[in-house]
Design a protein around this ligand. Structure first.
Ligand SMILES: O=c1ccn([C@@H]2O[C@H](COP(=O)(O)OP(=O)(O)O[C@H]3O[C@H](CO)[C@H](O)[C@H](O)[C@H]3O)[C@@H](O)[C@H]2O)c(=O)[nH]1
Length: 317
């Protein structure tokens, strides 16, 4: 199998590249290195099954070149920052919707048979059913980021049905682990390194979400992809997350404890009833029953994933 991984030098992408390379696949990475780093894929740079293209997917010519000769595209390139939506909606549009549109147009004229896309729990917005299943409706994102992911999902479905390829969409919970360079754990570690006495917590700290370690995530994606390949469905959607959830305040306590600190917690109070920022979903836990039916299950719960991530990031941050 020859795979293209967009965003393959990024956080989740590089872990996926590791698994694909270890299983003997040929892997091409397309990444603009805006958030990702060559360091994340350096162990493969000299490998003859590995190819790296530095390029911005807003350029249709680069995307066209990248899909040439591949069987499957894992599309992970994205700007993952929910919080920038209120300031830079155009950036989230370009780096989530426009680049997906460019990819789909490139796939029209290619022999790519499968597209695997990392969407997000944020497509559900403030869901009234928790744990939230894949068929929850209506999908009403409350952030520009969630809206952009949902728009990308819709385009993917339309193109797959029209142009004859299969598409698998993953709606991911909050993914954490080694090589992540944004998000709540990364932020807390950096804040505490600057000031060990005090920790600013955005919102009221009661935001409660489900967190999944990147190793469980990538294993789930590949396991479900193998299952999907044997099915007759043109497009399918799977939540990937954990059965439990954890509050931001509990995460702050774990990070502080692991750093051997006892900082004063300062809550900003946030917006719209204690959210960290406009569009921050306060309660998120996905139903993972559909994924579990394929035989996959997470090895670490949210608490274990947070603890392990703090250990991993303390070595590198
Ligand atoms: O310094 C900080 C940073 C974050 N938070 C809080 O921590 C929670 C988690 O925030 P993250 O930035 O870690 O993650 P998000 O929930 O905003 O989004 C993450 O998970 C989503 C899916 O659930 C998307 O996929 C997205 O790309 C990914 O960044 C939020 O409630 C936020 O208010 C703080 O209190 N202080």
């Amino acid at each position: 199998m020859k795979a293209l991984v967009t965003g393959g030098a990024g956080f989740i992408g590089s872990h996926l590249v590791d698994r694909l390379m270890e299983s003997g696949s040929k892997v091409r990475v397309l990444d603009d290195l805006s958030a990702g780093s060559l360091d994340n894929v350096k162990r493969w740079l000299e490998n003859e099954r590995f190819e790296f293209i530095k390029g911005d997917m807003r350029d249709p010519g680069i995307v066209k070149k990248a899909v040439e000769g591949v069987d499957v595209v894992f599309h992970l390139a994205a700007n993952p920052e929910v919080r920038i939506g209120a300031q830079s909606p155009e950036l989230l549009y370009e780096t989530n919707v426009l680049i997906t549109y460019n990819l789909l147009n490139a796939m029209r004229d290619s022999n790519v048979r499968y597209l695997v896309f990392t969407s997000s729990s944020t497509v559900y917005g403030d869901a009234e059913v928790i744990p939230t299943p894949e068929d929850y409706a209506p999908l009403e994102p409350i952030s520009v980021y969630g809206g952009a992911k949902l728009a990308a999902e819709a385009l993917i479905s339309g193109y797959a049905h029209t142009f004859g390829f299969k598409a698998l969409v993953f709606r991911l919970a909050n993914i954490i682990g080694e090589r992540s360079n944004h998000g709540v754990i990364y932020d807390f570690i950096n804040k505490l390194k600057k000031n060990p006495e005090e920790l600013e917590i955005l919102g009221d700290g009661t935001q409660k979400k489900s967190y999944l370690h990147v190793s469980d995530t990538v294993e789930g994606m590949l396991h479900i992809f193998e299952h999907f390949r044997k099915e007759s469905k043109t497009v399918d959607f799977y939540n990937i997350g954990n059965d439990d959830w954890i509050t931001v305040k509990e995460i702050a306590e774990i990070v502080s404890e692991k750093m051997g600190l006892r900082p004063r917690f300062v809550f900003t109070g946030g917006v719209d009833g204690g959210r960290g920022w406009k569009g921050d979903v306060k309660l998120m836990r996905l139903s993972i029953e559909k994924a579990k039916k394929t035989g996959w299950r997470p090895k670490m719960n949210s608490y274990e994933a947070v603890r392990r991530t703090v250990r991993e990031l303390l070595v590198t941050v």
